[in-house]
Design a protein around this ligand. Structure first.
Ligand SMILES: Cc1cc2nc3c(=O)[nH]c(=O)nc-3n(C[C@H](O)[C@H](O)[C@H](O)COP(=O)(O)OP(=O)(O)OC[C@H]3O[C@@H](n4cnc5c(N)ncnc54)[C@H](O)[C@@H]3O)c2cc1C
Length: 440
């Protein structure tokens, strides 16, 4: 990649022809602005990408639920209204997958690749993009994904500063408050007699031993060969801790010390603690519960905890290689970097999690790169839209470390979001149609 050639290009440059890069490119091209995409495939592949086609789905072929009543469905409807190529292709190449939007991955990618290659405003350069020109004065969108090449990762770290990228995700599940069984938890902070900040879900000895035994037996997701990582002792998957000995978790994240159950006046045998994820307290994170259990196993095993009988997960636990901007405050909610408003980040690199969420960030970056190219104010998606809640989550400066996030109802900061679903859906529709009027 020749950075002088890049600077002279009178259009929008994009790094990566993945889900986000393709969404962005087509948003820009349909507004008659030249686009140049740098994609290193097929000369160089990441550890997970195998196909020369664009918008490759590297793992599952599911884009999750498209029910209009679920957060993932609300997000999809917004994206469809904004002209998402990823969803257009997914719906054309849908395969039966229960309530989820499953796709024929080959046909899905082929369709998008053709759209990109046939567009007269888009030029594809098959080169690895290695260096960010910090002073570029035309829009540049970096959407090189969770497996961004090493050279570009180093350049991103130079741009933002050391340790601005996280390389592994160690993710604990997040659950919906309304789905907890209120009879089976108490609020308390360790060693504090007043009602504390944590939700504590107690287990007696029998419940604890049964939980540990099912945890050990549960089916786990295998690591890819490139993911043979050494775990940090401070954030081991719970099933690895459980396999080290029956009491390991009871002396680790499930320790009951300093906690008295006000309902019994006693210290429980073990405790699962939940920490709030948002101000409205609709989303709670299971403290220290990073796991490689398969999703169906997470549903089955966690239901053994008395407070979790009817639990609804907003995000499942996982551990995988994932490069993303690790601290908020680097991006505006328009996806522009604070260091140079011509440089945008998009896709999974921004700290969202998932195919659909990454694609949505591509649409936003594309729309806003057009605005910047035309010297117009970029669009700020309001918090009444699913897209706006994701942008708010990744850009807000109130967190120390950013944990990647799927779209979920808890992000809407509305009390009892499940009960208010109709108003969330109608609020989203009104705002997106206002945005469409503005952007044309
Ligand atoms: C192993 C793995 C499995 C995953 N499984 C799932 C799943 O099952 N379901 C789900 O919803 N999400 C999954 N994700 C998360 C995420 O949704 C996907 O990775 C998604 O493809 C991200 O979209 P993106 O556009 O940000 O990046 P990508 O789709 O990865 O696109 C990035 C593109 O940039 C190119 N590139 C990288 N570096 C450079 C460079 N320096 N120069 C030029 N080109 C470059 C790559 O070749 C690639 O084509 C997974 C992630 C990983 C890493």
């Amino acid at each position: 990649m020749n950075k002088y050639k890049l600077k002279l290009f009178n259009g929008v440059s994009i790094v990566g022809a993945g889900l986000a890069g393709c969404e962005a490119a087509l948003q820009i091209a349909k507004r008659n602005i030249p686009v140049r995409i740098y994609e290193m495939k097929p000369k160089k592949f990441t550890e997970a990408h195998k196909s020369p086609e664009f918008s490759e789905l590297v793992c599952s072929n599911s884009l999750k639920s498209d029910s209009p009543e679920k957060a993932a469905g609300i997000l999809k409807n917004e994206m469809l209204s904004l002209g998402s190529i990823v969803l257009e292709s997914a719906l054309k190449h849908r395969v039966p997958a229960g309530g989820a939007l499953g796709v024929d991955r080959k046909e899905f990618s082929k369709y998008i690749t053709n759209k990109i290659k046939e567009d007269r405003f888009i030029e594809v350069v098959n080169e690895e993009f290695t260096t960010i020109p910090f002073d570029i004065d035309k829009p540049l969108i970096i959407s090189s994904g969770p497996l961004t090449s090493n050279a570009l990762s180093s350049s991103i770290e130079k741009f933002f500063g050391v340790k601005s990228l996280a390389f592994y995700d160690s993710i604990s599940p997040i659950i919906l408050y309304d789905s907890l069984d209120k009879k089976h938890f108490f609020r308390a902070s360790r060693y504090d007699e007043s009602e504390g900040d944590y939700i504590n879900c107690p287990l007696n000895e029998e419940e604890y031993k049964n939980f540990i035994s099912e945890l050990i037996k549960s089916e786990k997701t295998e690591f890819h060969s490139f993911e043979k990582i050494k775990y940090f002792e401070g954030c081991l998957p719970i099933e690895i801790m459980a396999a080290r000995g029956e009491d390991t978790l009871r002396f680790g994240p499930m320790k009951p010390v300093g906690l008295i159950n006000p309902k019994t006046g006693e210290r429980p045998y073990a405790v699962i603690q939940l920490r709030k994820e948002n101000k409205s307290e609709s989303m709670w994170n299971i403290v220290g519960f990073q796991t490689k259990m398969k999703i169906n196993e997470q549903k089955r095993v966690f239901k053994l905890i008395p407070a979790f009988k009817n639990i609804e997960f907003l995000r499942f636990g996982s551990i995988h290689r994932n490069t993303y901007l690790n601290s908020p405050g680097k991006l505006y909610n328009t996806l522009q970097t604070k260091k140079n408003k011509n440089i945008f980040f998009s896709g999974q690199l921004t700290g969202v999690e998932g195919y659909t969420e990454s694609s949505a960030m591509g649409i936003v970056a594309g729309i806003n790169a057009v605005r910047v190219f035309r010297n117009l104010e970029p669009i700020q998606f309001p918090l009444t839209t699913a897209i706006g809640t994701l942008l708010d989550y990744i850009s807000k400066e109130d967190k120390k470390d950013l944990q990647p996030m799927n779209i979920n109802l808890g992000l809407f900061n509305i009390e009892k979001p499940k009960k208010n679903i109709a108003s969330i859906v109608s609020g989203s529709k009104v705002e997106i149609s206002n945005i469409i009027q503005t952007i044309k």
